[in-house]
Design a protein around this ligand. Structure first.
Ligand SMILES: *Cc1c(COP(=O)(O)O)cnc(C)c1O
Length: 392
């Protein structure tokens, strides 16, 4: 355990927000009524701790922002209606026409779509780079670069990036450094102390933790928070009160849930390493992982999402693998209490700087079920898969 386990319980629980209860109420509001002009002006000046208008925040959202800010050692946090809204708004805030935005090639696919189809429309040049480039990125950057985006590890292929080296190279050309930190959460990777300016979370995943809300956050340092807050506000970004409440509620138990996700995922990753059907297990905390040393240097834990590469690409066999599982459900997303399985047969479509030549990828989100039940489910899936491969 660590100091963060205490912070996560206590942060954001100001009495002016909770009104004496343990948790703040769920404020459903647009309009706030003031007793005086002076009170109205004060609320306007302190709109991230005093209610001024629903869109600018309520004690429910102040509490969650304050907790995430404390946990990340940051200057402030802005909430968004989804993780995608958080990452895209952060990019939009710091990108400028006539500049280049550098994006890790393993980036979440919808973020790539935003860059290619929305950012590019405004005269921003989008460049993808090898996520494993490390300090070598300095050779690619110049003073025309406005933003460098990382996702570490990438949520399908799981490469861990050298965040401090890439951030230092980006800062040397005055670019803003944005990291999608959804996999590690603020508990397992301290983004800002590793040089990141804006750390984005799809709170939808581990923080909400129960697959019942969409929510995102961007936590920023002193250099970037004012611009991020103003421009996110200018676009009208805000999150619904019930979803914000679910985020705050999930956050309180994140450490105990993550510890179990971590333990079960590592057990299953090691079990998969011994399977003949598997070419490679891509879990950042396995010593055989290509960027294991970076994970060990920078992270304090591993969450429950990882992937493995199959030796054979056979559509019918992969379909048989993922269909008919008892515990692993076929679905997008991750971070909830339930186990999920996803497959990627055509990864080359969503990578451009580093073509994918390895086999098809199966991604697992390891939930909170009994780990032996999950292993038995996977063993049966391999039986279905093998039966088709052998007939082929
Ligand atoms: C899910 C996800 C997002 C987007 O979050 P939503 O809340 O679904 O919009 C962004 N980045 C990563 C790495 C994700 O897994």
């Amino acid at each position: 355990m660590s100091k963060k386990d205490t912070e996560i319980v206590e942060a954001g629980r100001r009495k002016s927000w909770t009104l004496g209860s343990v948790n703040p109420p769920v404020f459903h509001t647009s309009t706030v009524i003031f007793d005086s002009v002076a009170e109205m002006a004060e609320a306007g000046r302190k709109s991230h701790e005093i209610m001024s208008y629903g869109r600018r925040g309520t004690p429910t959202s102040f509490a969650l922002c304050d907790a995430l800010t404390t946990l990340s050692g940051a200057a402030g946090t802005v909430l968004y209606p989804s993780g995608l809204a958080a990452i895209t708004t952060a990019m939009l805030t710091f990108a400028k026409a006539g500049t280049k935005v550098f994006i890790a090639d393993n980036i979440y696919e919808p973020t790539r779509y935003f860059a290619d189809h929305v950012l590019a429309k405004f005269g921003v040049e989008v460049v993808y780079y090898d996520p494993l480039i490390g300090a070598g990125i300095a050779n690619l950057l110049d003073d025309r670069v406005s933003v460098v985006v990382m996702e570490s590890p990438g949520s399908i292929t799981m490469e861990v990036q050298d965040v401090p080296a890439i951030a230092a190279a980006a800062h040397a050309v005055n670019a803003t450094v944005i990291l999608d930190n959804t996999w590690a959460t603020p508990l397992y990777f301290d983004a800002l102390s590793h040089g990141v300016d804006v750390s984005v979370q799809a709170l939808t995943k581990y923080v909400v933790g129960h697959s019942d809300a969409m929510l995102g956050s961007a936590t920023a340092n002193a250099r970037t928070i004012d611009t991020l807050r103003r421009q996110s506000g200018a676009i009208g970004q805000c999150a619904g009160p019930d979803d914000v409440y679910l985020g705050l509620r999930g956050l309180r138990t994140l450490p105990v849930r993550l510890a179990q996700h971590q333990q079960s995922a590592l057990t299953i990753a090691k079990w998969l390493q011994d399977r003949d059907e598997v070419a490679e297990v891509r879990h950042p905390a396995l010593p055989s992982a290509p960027s294991y040393e970076l994970w060990r240097r920078d992270f304090t834990g591993a969450s429950g999402v990882f992937s493995f590469v199959l030796k054979e690409d056979n559509e019918a066999a992969i379909t048989a693998f993922v269909e008919g599982m008892r515990h692993f459900k076929l679905g997008f997303s991750w971070g909830g209490f339930e186990s999920l399985v996803m497959f990627y047969r055509h990864l080359s479509r969503i990578r451009t700087a580093t073509p994918w030549s390895a086999g098809p990828v199966i991604r697992l989100q390891i939930g909170l079920e009994d780990v032996d039940d999950l292993i038995a489910d996977l063993a049966d899936a391999f039986k279905r898969y093998d039966a088709i491969i052998e007939h082929h």
